[in-house]
Design a protein around this ligand. Structure first.
Ligand SMILES: Nc1ncnc2c1ncn2[C@@H]1O[C@H](COP(=O)(O)OP(=O)(O)OP(=O)(O)O)[C@@H](O)[C@H]1O
Length: 343
């Protein structure tokens, strides 16, 4: 049995927005991450991915549910324990420029976590660690006295990665780490993260809005829509056998480099606007844009169910709990439903 490093259980995060009420950024989300794997979290902007990352780190209080990291409940730690936890969990951000202090040199930026945690007594040892980190991420030690604006976007992201690695963490939350980079540089940064993962046994939560980016780097993928996880499975299964209509729509938007396939395949264009998380739809949150919506979807929130080993989905099309539903119930297997519906 693989070891879990992180377990997120029924996590809820609401923001209190004055006058408007509560913004339901994360609504009853459960997933776990095994040691050494990359879990990709994907979904369009505003669906709650970053909020999950920040709540896992304890940067946001939770509204409900639990986050367990190495069997410790992150939100029940004392300040001292929380501080110690930051040695094990780190974050890489989307915009390396915004997350690096423009007035600090690279040496100051990378040595900051080492100083805050009092890792080295001697300056020389700390400096050697900074050199070692720069080399690990493919930068020269000659860069150490330069400022962030003197680097390209890809190099800045390498600096962000070096800083995240400084304390030898076990787990890194990478929040859209390649979205702001040129396509040609994206692959280099992904390859760097893959190499570091292999060398150090790191575990990643990789957050992105684009399924094709997530696929390059993830063992398993969770698809989010409006604060909810709607599907989760391995990268291959998600591409070969997507179940949720939202996942199918996301996949249909990814261009395929073969013009023959591209010409024939069906695009699923989602109708309507993304609803507000302050006032999300009743029942299934996706129903207002779902091409397969049924009556039950309006009234009942679909259960997060394991349909095949390791393949979870929250959708009434596959739900065996509602025996009276016209298209679901125990007599209908997943294959029968799919044959009938042919999305
Ligand atoms: N501090 C906050 N206060 C109030 N609302 C917030 C706060 N942070 C996020 N939100 C809202 O919570 C929802 C989820 O935001 P979040 O940033 O987690 O989404 P996301 O999927 O990561 O999108 P993006 O990629 O655009 O950051 C959004 O509606 C956002 O406006």
């Amino acid at each position: 049995m693989e070891d879990k490093i992180l377990e997120v259980k029924n996590l809820v995060k609401y923001f209190d927005v004055e006058k408007a009420g509560f913004l339901k950024a994360v609504n009853d989300v459960s997933f776990h991450i095994f040691k050494g794997e990359t879990y990709g979290l994907v979904g369009e902007s505003g669906c709650g991915k970053s909020t999950i990352g920040r709540t896992i780190l304890g940067l946001y209080d939770k509204t409900g549910g639990d986050v367990w990291f190495n069997f410790e409940n992150v939100h029940e730690l004392s300040d001292k324990e929380q501080f110690a936890l930051y040695r094990k969990m780190q974050m890489i951000f989307q915009d390396p420029y915004a997350s690096l202090n423009p007035r600090s040199t690279i040496r100051e930026i990378i040595s900051e976590p080492l100083e805050v945690h009092g890792i080295f007594k001697k300056k020389k040892d700390q400096m050697n660690r900074v050199y070692e980190l720069l080399e690990e991420v493919g930068l020269s030690r000659d860069h150490v006295n330069r400022y962030p604006h003197e680097f390209s976007g890809g190099q800045r992201q390498r600096i962000g990665i070096a800083r995240a690695l400084a304390l030898n963490p076990d787990f890194i939350i990478a929040d859209e780490p390649i979205s702001a980079l040129d396509v040609s540089v994206q692959a280099q940064v992904v390859n760097l993260m893959k190499r570091l993962q292999a060398e150090k046994g790191l575990t990643f939560l990789f957050i992105a809005h684009d399924l094709s980016m997530v696929k390059q780097f993830s063992d398993r993928i969770g698809v989010m829509y409006l604060g909810n996880l709607v599907e989760e499975t391995s990268g291959e299964a998600l591409y070969e056998n997507p179940l949720h209509p939202y996942t199918k729509a996301l996949l249909s938007a990814i261009p395929i480099p073969d013009p023959d396939i591209e010409e024939k395949r069906e695009r699923i264009i989602l109708e309507g606007e993304l609803p507000s998380p302050i006032n999300p739809p009743s029942g299934c949150v996706f129903r207002t844009r779902c091409p397969m919506a049924m009556d039950i979807c309006k009234d009942v929130k679909p259960v997060w169910q394991e349909i095949d080993p390791g393949h979870r989905v929250a959708c009434h099309l596959y739900d065996t709990n509602y025996k009276d539903s016209p298209r679901t119930g125990p007599q209908r297997t997943k294959d029968v439903v799919e044959e009938e519906i042919q999305l």
